[in-house]
Design a protein around this ligand. Structure first.
Ligand code: ACM
Ligand code: ZN
Length: 679
């Protein structure tokens, strides 16, 4: 244990200081403020790691949680810090920097601190949009402040290959540049994603040509980045996608796909020995540049569409003893294709292991035959964490529900376009890692947490910062302090102070002070003339019972309205009906006077949720014979941002039964409704 007594001046001023635990983010494990208002002048510090052994272990990510621990006692005599490792000293320096008030004074206090988790990560997708080296360094500066210790770079994907590979220059010579700067404009060339289906739009272009958009990092730049991050206690973890998300590679080197056609395949051919040679050669250069013991190989979302009918893939499945074709003897099934992918992943895991490294993959890599030093990065749900742990693998938890920072963090109708979903700060902060695992499994296998920023809808640097902060701060707190003491209002106060400080120095964090929050309708139950009324659903237009049933038959008159999340079990989803996608009849119990019948519908075009085209209200006294009271029409129109619109018919009437019908939009898709409000 090293310790130093930092020279410090006793500050004579007994001014009130606001340097309390409230300023510390993440919270330390133990913080005790000494009685009295005395403060100590903070020393000028230069908080960078310079010790060569420590720099190496940080670059490799081979340090332990214990080496990040420190303690700190601030008395009128000075500042007494203790640590075992310069990494612990560096973490302490971040705490000291947060303790300083704006006059440069420190409060008298005692801190004992160490991280709850080994892995406290942030992921930045630099493929969908490319970000400069200086910008990535700026993020490292910010992340280090909050004791984040891993920066995972998603370096390759269809949208661009971002790392110089000397043996395969076409990866960047063609694969790093495309026809449009905006991912959305570029990608929308494909019909299946709702675009204009102009194949000329979604192209890769030669480096240096006039219309080239994109870029890549040279190996020299990446080595510099590794060193820069290590000096700030952060390990850079590279991700090279395989076998899917590889359109750029398979256009630059089409011989590595099943059909050898450029622009046609997203997946490597796992039946071709050339694929394994190529990926090993790439990983050799990756390992040469990145000392990280963990190398991420992606593994997510392989369509495997070309594999079933590919002679090489079939031959490979033969060799592996997993070839059990269908009745015609021509095609493999999904389980066999999964095994073929698992073979490729296991091969790469063994290859990395033979070089002293460990494979990380997204949770699709789970298979019983991977080497036990595989780490699974869980992005779907708790079932996959349980599955990985059952197979004996370590997990890093980054579930989309809480850790995907590409969703909206505030009212989606007012935020810049995002991926969809609603993931405000409070939701991220509410994440409890490994809730569904046993305490033993958690202790043994949960290595940590990570926030992921995919950048399909993040075209600018300012937007990266807007999406990252303050939500990354919530994950920093969970990763460092753990989740034993959750207190959102207190956390939010500290986050507000951090946002203000970040914005003051040009980090464009989301303006938390002006957060609108969830829909006020969601937090305000409503009573009206149809409250509790019995609702009958037309058999031709049932609600979806798999995921969007909400409170079943009671949903539309229970007074509970939807949030910005269509999956909140308040919104009821309808996909089936033909003439009317939504067709319900309310029984008010007796003849009742009213003047309006209104229903909120959500529109969120990504998941094909649209406003209705026609909204029709009819009334009846016997529940059999209805006459139309009124209707409302809206021309179907796609909108960039999600929103909610009230469809209503306002007309004085008296009736016992009210029938509300709505047709689907011109685009088809879903209708999502919450309450039928009768006033
Ligand atoms: C992922 O979001 N496809 C890992
Ligand atoms: Zn193949």
């Amino acid at each position: 244990m090293k310790n130093i007594l930092l020279s410090a001046l006793l500050c004579a001023a007994f001014s009130a200081t606001h340097a309390t635990a409230q300023n510390l983010l993440p919270l330390p494990q133990r913080f005790e403020k000494a009685k009295g208002a005395a403060t100590v002048k903070a020393p000028e510090t230069k908080p960078l790691i310079t010790d060569q052994t420590t720099l190496q272990s940080v670059a490799q990510g081979r340090y332990t949680q214990a080496s990040e621990a420190y303690s700190l006692t601030i008395t009128p005599d000075g500042i007494n810090g203790k640590w075992d490792n310069p990494l612990g000293e560096f973490r302490m320096q971040q705490t000291l920097a947060q303790l300083r008030d704006d006059k440069g004074n420190l409060p008298l206090c005692t801190i004992e601190d160490s991280p709850a988790y080994y892995w406290r990560g942030a992921m930045l997708d630099v493929s969908r949009h490319f970000f400069s080296l200086d910008f990535v360094k700026k993020q490292i500066d910010v992340l280090a402040q909050y004791k984040i210790n891993r920066l995972h770079l998603h370096l390759t994907d269809a949208a661009g290959w971002r790392m110089e590979i000397k043996r395969y220059p076409r990866l960047t010579g063609l694969g790093a540049f495309r026809t449009f700067d905006s991912w959305k404009t570029w990608w929308d060339g494909r019909k299946e994603f709702g675009g204009v289906n102009d194949p000329l739009r979604r192209k890769y272009v030669e480096e240096g040509s006039a219309d080239a958009h994109g870029g890549y990092y040279t190996q020299q730049q990446l080595r510099e980045l590794v060193q820069y991050a290590a000096q700030r206690g952060i390990t850079i973890v590279p991700e090279i996608e395989m076998p899917a998300h590889s359109e750029e590679t398979l256009t630059a080197y089409p011989e590595l796909s099943c059909t050898h056609e450029p622009y046609k395949q997203a997946d490597f051919c796992p039946g071709n020995v050339a694929t394994y040679d190529f990926l090993e050669h790439v990983l050799e250069e990756v390992m040469d540049v990145f000392p990280s013991v963990y190398i991420h190989v992606g593994g997510d979302e392989a369509a495997k569409a070309s594999w079933a009918a590919c002679p090489r893939c079939q031959q490979k499945m033969h060799e592996l003893g997993i070839w059990h074709p269908n009745a015609e003897g021509t095609l493999a099934n999904g389980e066999q294709l999964h095994k073929l992918q698992a073979h490729l992943i296991a091969h790469m895991g063994d290859f990395l292991q033979s070089h002293g490294r460990k494979l990380i993959g997204w949770d699709e890599v789970i298979d019983e035959n991977l080497s036990k030093n595989t780490t699974v990065m869980v992005w779907r749900n708790a079932d996959f964490a349980a599955d990985a742990v059952r197979n004996g693998y370590d997990v890093i938890l980054s579930p989309g529900s809480h850790c995907y920072l590409d969703g909206y963090q505030d009212a989606p109708n007012l935020e810049p376009e995002a991926m969809g979903g609603f993931t405000p700060l409070e939701k991220v902060y509410g994440f409890v890692p490994g809730e569904a695992l046993t305490p033993e499994q958690r202790a043994k296998h949960v290595k940590g947490v990570q926030g992921n920023l995919w950048t399909e809808y993040v075209p600018t640097e300012a937007q990266v910062e807007h999406m990252f902060y303050p939500r990354m701060l919530a994950l920093a707190e969970i990763g460092w302090n753990g989740t034993a003491t959750k207190d959102y209002p207190a956390f939010r106060k500290r986050a507000l102070a951090e946002v203000e400080a970040l914005r003051a120095r040009g980090v464009m964090a989301f303006d938390l002070a002006h957060e609108i929050g969830d829909r006020k309708e969601f937090t305000t139950p409503i009573r009206h003339k149809a409250s509790g009324a019995k609702v009958t659903y037309a058999p031709e237009a049932p609600y979806n019972t798999t995921a969007y049933a909400a409170a079943g038959d009671a949903s539309l008159t229970d007074g509970l309205r939807g949030s910005w999340s269509y999956g909140d079990h308040r919104w009821q989803g309808f996909i089936g009906g033909k003439d009317y996608r939504f067709d319900v009849t309310l029984d008010l119990g007796r003849k009742t006077s009213f003047s309006s019948v209104a229903t909120d519908f959500m529109q969120m075009c990504g998941p094909e949720i649209f406003y209705p085209a026609d909204y029709v209200v009819s009334i009846s006294d016997d529940g059999e014979n209805f006459r139309e009271l009124g209707r409302m029409h809206r021309d179907s129109e796609k909108t960039v941002n999600p929103d909610v619109m009230t469809f209503s018919v306002s007309k004085k009437a008296k009736a016992r039964y009210i029938r509300v019908q709505a047709t689907a939009s011109a685009f088809g898709g879903w209708l999502f409704a919450d309450e039928v409000v009768v006033k």
